[in-house]
Design a protein around this ligand. Structure first.
Ligand SMILES: [Zn+2]
Length: 293
């Protein structure tokens, strides 16, 4: 009987190891794992206050907090950190996470200089281009072209590219955009679209790419209806998980506050009204959501 229970447990664990889960780190920070390999997208847990940002105060990654989050959500075997673009709310802790986890940092040339300034070894820095495909464990990650959503009208916050390594402490404004990407994540269990921006970029090849799950940035969207129609729905998802709706000028420890002018409740109610068959899962900081069993 004991032997039976033992093998039952082993069997259960091997099944468990194959589920794909997602954990939200706030903004578009995402941890995705199949139990064997972990991937990070835009991991940032150091959150400068609005005053620090507006008055160009030099700040540094909170190394202790980075380690706390690695432990808290039990990140393991993370060999890849992908950065969608280099604004501070997406890339400020890129070097800290990459170095602590011994991973490789994937991003634009600007992200490369953020890694370089954060002493990520040269062999762990990878400059990526749209349509390139990277195999990480059982995951296949395709880099997607993306436009950055304007903040207001056509105004882009912190534009530009880095031309040399960016060392901390540095003001948040030093983290210039440097181009933008989305990612298409394929796995035998199921596919995921990571779409941090709320504007449609051309050439996403939705006719060839499908995912049951879309991780969708909803900040600065013109309207929920257009965002769904133009960006999320062409991927033919069953589940949409909204991202980038929390106010990142408060520490994660202080709990959730909605980002100014980004109404997550409206996103959920409009989506449910327009597409009742679609599942909308609103994530919570640090809470694991099973995407595929
Ligand atoms: Zn941005």
């Amino acid at each position: 009987m004991l032997k039976f229970l033992f093998w039952g447990l082993i069997f259960h664990q091997s099944l468990y190891a194959q589920e794909i889960s997602f954990t939200w780190l706030g903004t578009t920070g995402s941890y995705i794992t199949d139990g064997k390999t972990g991937l990070l997208f835009d991991p940032v847990v150091t959150r400068p206050s609005l005053t620090q940002v507006m008055f160009y105060r030099p700040i540094s990654s909170d190394q202790k907090l980075v380690q706390e989050w690695i432990d808290k959500i039990q990140m393991k075997n993370v060999s890849a950190v992908f950065i969608s673009h280099s604004h501070y709310d997406h890339a400020f802790d890129a070097a800290a996470f990459t170095k602590t986890l011994g991973a490789t940092l994937y991003g634009t040339k600007t992200t490369y200089y953020i890694g370089k300034g954060g002493d990520v070894p040269e062999e762990k820095l990878k400059v990526i281009q749209a349509e390139e495909v990277y195999t990480v464990g059982a995951f296949k990650v395709t880099v997607l072209p993306s436009d950055h959503t304007p903040l207001i009208g056509s105004y882009q916050a912190f534009p530009g590219e880095l031309k040399e390594p960016l060392r901390q402490p540095a003001p948040a404004s030093a983290y210039v955009m440097g181009g933008a990407f989305g990612f298409y994540i394929e796995h035998a269990k199921g596919n995921i679209f990571f779409l941090p921006m709320s504007t449609r970029s051309e050439k996403l090849h939705f006719n060839e790419r499908h995912a049951d799950v879309v991780l969708q940035g909803i900040a600065s969207r013109k309207s929920t209806k257009d965002l769904l129609k133009e960006l999320s729905l062409p991927a033919k998802p069953k589940t949409i998980i909204p991202l980038h709706f929390d106010d990142f000028s408060y520490p994660l420890a202080e709990g959730f506050r909605a980002l100014f002018s980004v109404d997550p409740d409206e996103f959920v109610s409009t989506t449910k009204k327009l597409y009742p068959e679609l599942q909308v899962t609103v994530p919570k900081h640090g809470e694991k959501i099973i995407l595929y069993r």
